[in-house]
Design a protein around this ligand. Sequence first.
Ligand code: SAH
Length: 224
Amino acid sequence: MQSSSAAALRARALQLGVTLDEDSAALLLRLLDELEQWNRAYSLTAITTREAMIAGHLLDSLAASGDLVGARIADIGTGAGFPGLPLAIVHRERAFTLVDGTAKKVRFVAHAARTLGLKNVEAVHARAEAMRPERPFDTIVARAVASLPELAGLARPLSGPGTHLLAYKGQRPSGAELAVIPPDWQLLGVRTLEVPGLEAERCLITLKYSPAAPFPAGAPAGLN
Ligand code: SAH
């Protein structure tokens, strides 16, 4: 039973272009076991059936697996660990910082990371915009947290020039929504996500942090 559901998960991930080894598939299913158990006591997620969790939490999270850049990844407003935990299971060579402002959710993320042996996950209880990491993250992911301009503001203190922000969204944004992206973020692309088992429209918006240089390039010395 367990192994056949792992096989089904691997087949569906492959439809997303994600190759799961046996260990990762087993860990992803164990993550759902833990979530189901904690959800009874702490109501961490509104998605409760196994099928809906596989599509809505695991596969949806993994849909941006190929879009990560760099070694240091942050998930802001991770909730019960989505998309951060599934991505961390698949990308063990990258370091993930999963941030949420709600203590009970961070406790679950820390518990899940410990139980599943994910040494590449750090759970942080904080408001994203109040964090001051020593070094900027390479990629920041966020799902169902805020509007695009708000998200750009939350991610700014965690970003350096070149940081990518991947926003998991529903409907493709209109031109008007894209027009209000703050000018220090450059729109790299919007792509439709085809998540097996999800009827809902999904898309991924990629922004790149591109702040203006503090002084005009080539300004004569002494002007600043
Ligand atoms: N990303 C998860 C949870 C979405 S719910 C998922 O897709 O399943 C939104 C989460 O964002 C909540 O857990 C809330 O506590 C958190 N959140 C909202 N604003 C935040 C902020 N500024 N900093 C950190 N967490 C925030």
